[in-house]
Design a protein around this ligand. Structure first.
Ligand code: ZN
Ligand code: ZN
Length: 270
């Protein structure tokens, strides 16, 4: 009985595909970043500005300590995701191209809905769990004018919640829709990471075709400028638009001007 159960579980455990997905994510991210910087001047400029800001911030001990802390925890989180969860959600069986595109959109928007609720009601407006989770999320909000790498200036518990929501979305959807193609997993993971990083980018190109990238970065900077503002979703602004929490930096939600004042982060250890 136990043997049959174990055999059944192992039949769906595709660890080789999970490792291949991890390697493809790393390779495409590295190559894509190099190419983007080489070919597109706006990306090259953003890279210079954000690296300079990051170097300046890393000179502060409390800031460097948070990044070192997160790198350590990330190893454990990624081992759990790629070793124990993703192997059950992935396939290389042929799928139609439209199915891959549909699945990418469904995963990202499903995750973004639950991230919106978590961010708005547990990290910010919470009456129920507001105590511990507000102070945990406040670590990320110490950066009033974030740069790209501030997407990972976060309390490790918040990283676990964010990554947990993301991988739980994939797991739940794979149970409902069937395992996702490896291409779907790789593209959604890269999109999830890159959108999060870009939202924190110091970015100043607003001419065509960079209008959308400029808006996404500006709106998340509005979010960092005030703990009482809006813009809670991360993948797109759809749910903020739907639920009336868009924050253009004039304090629509906070009732005060929340334009970034460039205030430095407090010199406290996380
Ligand atoms: Zn927040
Ligand atoms: Zn942020």
């Amino acid at each position: 009985m136990h043997d049959a159960l174990l055999t059944g579980v192992l039949a769906h455990y595709h660890w080789q595909l999970s490792i291949m997905a991890g390697a493809a994510i790393m390779a495409f991210t590295l190559v894509g970043k190099r190419l983007a910087i080489m070919i597109v001047p706006a990306f090259a400029r953003a890279s210079r500005i954000n690296q300079a800001a990051f170097r300046e911030k890393m000179a502060k001990a409390y800031y460097a300590k948070n990044h070192a802390w997160n790198r350590k925890w990330a190893v454990l989180y990624l081992a759990v995701i790629f070793g124990l969860i993703l192997p059950f959600c992935i396939t290389v069986e042929a799928q139609a191209w439209w199915q891959v595109i549909r699945d990418i959109v469904v995963i990202l928007m499903f995750y973004d809905f639950f991230y919106y609720l978590t961010h708005r009601f547990l990290f910010h407006d919470s009456a129920l769990l507001g105590g511990p989770l507000l102070s945990i999320h406040a670590v990320h909000h110490r950066q009033h004018n974030p740069c790209r790498m501030d997407s990972s200036y976060i309390h490790p518990v918040e990283v676990a919640i964010g990554l947990g929501l993301y991988i739980a979305s994939i797991l739940v959807l794979s149970l409902l829709m069937g395992p996702f193609h490896i291409v779907t997993i790789v593209v959604t993971w890269i999109a999830f990471m890159e959108i999060n990083l870009h939202n924190h980018d110091l970015w100043d190109a607003d001419h065509f075709p960079f209008g959308y990238l400029n808006t996404m970065s500006r709106m998340h900077h509005n979010h960092h400028a005030s703990f009482n503002g809006g813009n809670f979703a991360t993948i797109s602004l759809l749910y903020d638009w739907l639920f009336g929490t868009l924050d253009y930096g004039q304090g629509e939600r906070g009732g005060k001007n929340v334009a970034n004042d460039g205030a430095p982060a407090p010199e406290a250890a996380p």
